[in-house]
Each structure stands twice: as C-alpha cells, then as structure tokens.
Design a protein around this ligand. Structure first.
Ligand code: FAD
Length: 309
C-alpha cells in the first residue's frame, strides 16, 4: 500500500497570514501545504490598499494575486478546498477536506474572520439579490441606484464613500450615537452630499420578494433603497477546533503565546483569528504573525526530533 505523505506543516487558510507562513516555511525547508479555497483571503475584498508597505494604489484583488505569484514562485503546494474536519492520530493530525485527507505534524490556523450577520427578516432570503456583505465585490451592481450601508467603523464608513462613487444616494445607517471611523473617513463623509448619515438607527427588516425594495429601520422605512450592505464587523470561525484543547478569549479569538503557539501542542494560529498584535486586524499584522509562526514551528519540530533521538 502506498505510504501517505506526512507534511511538517499543514496551513489552513490562504490569506496574508497563511501565505506569509508558507513562504518562510519553504525557506526553513518544512514540507508544507496550504489548504484554502482561494489565495489572498479577505484582502481580495478591499477596494484599494495603500497601507501595506511597498504597495500603494493597488486593489485588494491585485495584492491577492501578488501573494499567489509569490507562492507559485516558491512552489508551495496548494489544495484549493475547505478543511472540514481535523482529527488527532497519535502525534499527527489528519485534515479532511471534501475529497481528500492530509496528514501533518503541525497545523496552522489562519482562517481569518467571518462577517457578522444582522439576523433580521429578509437578510438571508435576499442575499445576493440586493443584500451584500462586501461593498468592493458588489458596489458596481448599484450604479445610479439608492443604497444603504449599516455599521459604525472604518469598514462601514469607507464602504459608504466607495458606494457614493457610483450610486445616486447612500444612507449610512449607524446604530451608535456617532461613527467610530478614522477622522479621514469622517471628513470624506461630511463633504460628500450623496451620503446621508442616520445615527442611532437600526435596520429591522429587508423588504422585497425577488430583490431588495426597501428597508425598515427604527426611524421609519426607506423605500427607495435597492442595495443593502451589512458592515457590522466580523467574528472568528471556530467550528474546526471543537475537539481540541485550544483556548479562546470571550469573543472567540484564539489565544496564542508571543510565538503563535495555541494551548494545544502542534496547533498554531496566526492573523485576524488570534488575540495577538493588539487585534489590529490588518495585512501587515497577519503577515507578521504568519512569519513568526513559521520560525516557531521550525524550532518546535527540531526540538521534538531531538527529544525523540
Ligand atoms: C473590506 C475590507 C477592506 C480591508 N482593507 C484593508 C486594507 O486596506 N489594509 C489592510 O492592511 N487590511 C485591510 N483589511 C483587513 C485584511 O483584509 C485582514 O486583516 C487580513 O486579510 C487578515 O488576514 P488573515 O490571513 O488572518 O485572514 P483572511 O485574509 O481572512 O484569510 C483567511 C483564509 O482562510 C480561508 N478559509 C476559510 N475557511 C476555510 C476552511 N474551512 N478551510 C480552508 N481555508 C479556509 C479563506 O478562504 C481565506 O483564504 C480589509 C478588510 C476588509 C473586510
């Protein structure tokens, strides 16, 4: 029977954290594979990125492509699929995708965050038919139309500014008493006559049968809205870790030490999903955690090998 390949490291997630770890892992000659449905991760959804060193005026999608090119140059194997289960097998880990099984000595969790949902009537039913969680991906479908975006932070604020480039009017529906975005975005919003901010307002229902025909809010109905964008933050996804002794904080972020080790031997985490880097959820911090993680895994594997001899 053919022996199964044993990887030194199986990386789950091909965003900035996972990709960065893979590049360093190659340098450390760790036998590594990335399992991810795509490369680039969440930054693919950013309209423009101008705060990652060495790049300015680059679209998120193009930055993601740069990561792909880098991985290809370093010949990092990629399995384009979702990990759906992880099992412990003695000292090793088994990762099951929808069609295959991979065996590794260590696992890196670089799965990023999942968009938060409002959980209101019409949200699920009209997803993709006027309801969206990604301004960058879907703004172009609402040229000359009235749209609304809900949220308080930079993502909602920058989303409103981006939408105003094409749409005829943008309601920025802020559940809080004031926006918590960077002053730069506030200036952009205040000087844009297409954007109307509604503070202390919650959206309670998305209206329409085949497509969005308005939204209900706590301050009344907005029947002219044809596109509704939800930008209320994101939470870590943890479904794969339930069988392991991996500690999380009260918000579900994976606790790691300063070298990216989780509380379970052989499992590491990097990027938006962890408690590190002051939870400053950026490409720069994800890339940094991924790089550190690779060095930690290299050292730990070496130590384990020494202890066995
Ligand atoms: C609209 C928007 C704009 C942004 N703009 C900027 C910006 O200008 N500058 C900046 O620095 N940051 C920006 N960010 C933040 C940045 O995108 C994130 O901080 C960064 O992508 C986090 O990297 P990560 O690798 O931790 O996670 P992610 O990039 O989220 O990557 C997670 C990866 O895991 C994969 N995955 C998920 N589930 C599974 C599974 N079951 N099995 C295998 N793989 C899986 C995903 O497909 C993805 O590839 C922005 C974010 C958003 C939403």
């Amino acid at each position: 029977m053919e022996e199964k390949e044993i990887y030194d490291l199986i990386i789950l997630g091909g965003g900035p954290a996972g990709s960065s770890c893979a590049i360093y892992a190659k340098k450390y000659k760790l036998n590594t594979i990335i399992i991810s449905p795509e490369i680039g991760g969440t930054i693919n959804k950013a309209h423009m990125v101008d705060n990652y060193l060495g790049f300015f005026d680059i679209t998120g999608m193009d930055l993601g492509m740069k990561f792909s090119e880098h991985l290809a140059k370093f010949e990092v194997p990629i399995e384009y699929d979702f990990a759906r289960k992880i099992e412990k097998d003695g000292d090793l880990f088994k990762v099951l995708t929808f069609s295959k099984e991979f065996v590794g000595k260590t696992i890196l969790f670089a799965l990023g965050l999942e968009r938060k949902k409002l959980g209101i009537p019409g949200e699920k039913e009209l997803l993709g038919r006027g309801v969206s969680y990604c301004v960058t991906c879907d703004a172009m479908f609402f040229r000359d139309k009235v749209v609304a975006v809900t949220g308080s932070d930079d993502h909602a604020a920058s989303g409103a500014v981006h939408l105003a480039q094409n749409s005829s009017k943008v309601y920025l529906i802020n559940p809080e008493s004031e926006l918590s975005c960077k002053p730069y975005w506030l200036d952009e919003i205040n000087s844009n006559s297409k954007i109307q901010v509604l503070n202390e307002t919650n959206v309670t229902e998305v209206l329409g049968a085949e497509s969005v025909k308005g939204i209900k809010t706590t301050k009344g109905d907005l029947n002219d809205v044809e596109g509704f964008f939800i930008e209320i933050g994101a939470v870590p996804s943890d479904t794969l870790l339930s069988e392991f002794n991996v500690q999380k904080d009260d918000k579900g972020f994976i606790k790691v030490d300063s070298e990216q080790r989780t509380t379970e031997d052989g499992i590491y985490a990097a990027g938006d999903i962890t408690t590190n880097s002051a939870k400053f959820l950026q490409v720069a911090t994800a890339v940094s955690e991924g790089a550190i993680c690779s060095y930690t895994i290299f050292k730990d594997l070496k130590k384990n090998a020494r202890n066995k001899n």
